[in-house]
Write a protein that binds this ligand. Structure first.
Ligand code: AP5
Ligand code: ZN
Length: 217
């Protein structure tokens, strides 16, 4: 069934989602990546989302839900999927519950809350670099590439996200506390939530994610 990764900016949702994708051959659906794709393609949605993302605020439920609906109706989602960064408001969670019930007939969701001490998140976010070719995620302090600023897999120069500054990070964290923490409570109340310490090596976090999925599904 669907796996939902929930947690503050920089906690490791994207990193873990990519590992699950290759381990279990299910697609990773990152609303942040989908939105950034729209921004760089200059679509109508991208134009609407760009300023909001630059301020570290959340794009409206209506726009994000419609984008997710299109993606979840694609054939590769039939066997399950990993959602990374969605739902992040109570409105999105309620919408997803209804959507899955009506259209997906999958097993119930497993929501995993990743936790890292807030004081450690700043380095994760400001040190992050992404490969525009293959999507690999690095960190100049914590997960550096073998050659400075180049992707290990394909040699592409790594990029930094424009919202990965300390200022925008602080606002993203505020959005998380105000709007996404209630989502955690929503899945906890449904007994569909596992908490996991994200402040461990990537492999150890992955082992915890896989164990939580087996336990809850
Ligand atoms: P989004 O792209 O989802 O950003 P985010 O939630 O802030 O999460 P991040 O991508 O920053 O972090 P992550 O948890 O994926 O961490 P990662 O694995 O990269 O959203 C961006 C914006 O889009 C939002 O602000 C909003 O405007 C909009 N948006 C997106 N979804 C939305 C929605 N549903 N509704 C409304 N608006 C939406 O890791 C971070 C770093 O740490 C990396 O450098 C990595 O190498 C390193 N790292 C990871 N794990 C470890 C580890 N175990 N040990 C050491 N280092 C690690
Ligand atoms: Zn690459």
């Amino acid at each position: 069934g669907p796996i939902l990764l929930v947690g503050p900016p920089g906690v490791g949702k994207g990193t873990q989602a990519k590992v699950i994708m290759s381990a279990w051959h299910v697609p990773q659906i990152s609303t942040g990546d989908l939105l950034r794709g729209n921004v760089s393609a200059g679509t109508e949605l991208g134009l609407l989302a760009k300023q909001v993302m630059g301020r570290g605020e959340l794009v409206s439920d209506d726009l994000v839900n419609r984008m997710v609906a299109v993606r979840l109706r694609e054939p590769d989602c039939v066997q399950g999927f990993v959602l990374d960064g969605f739902p992040r408001t109570i409105g999105q969670a309620a919408w997803l519950d209804t959507f899955l019930e009506r259209e997906c007939h999958t097993l119930p969701v497993v929501a995993i809350q990743l936790k890292v001490d807030y004081t450690h998140l700043v380095r994760r976010v400001t040190g992050r670099r992404n490969c525009p070719t293959c999507g690999s995620i690095y960190n100049v302090y914590l997960q550096p590439p073998k050659t400075d600023e180049l992707c290990d897999l394909d040699g592409t120069p790594l990029q930094r996200r424009s919202d990965d500054t300390e200022e925008v990070f602080a606002e993203r964290l505020r959005s998380y506390e105000a709007q996404t923490e209630p989502v955690v409570a929503h899945y906890r109340a449904m007994n569909r939530l596992a908490d996991l310490d994200g402040d461990q090596p990537v492999d150890a976090v992955t082992a915890g994610v896989l164990a939580a999925v087996k336990r809850l599904r």
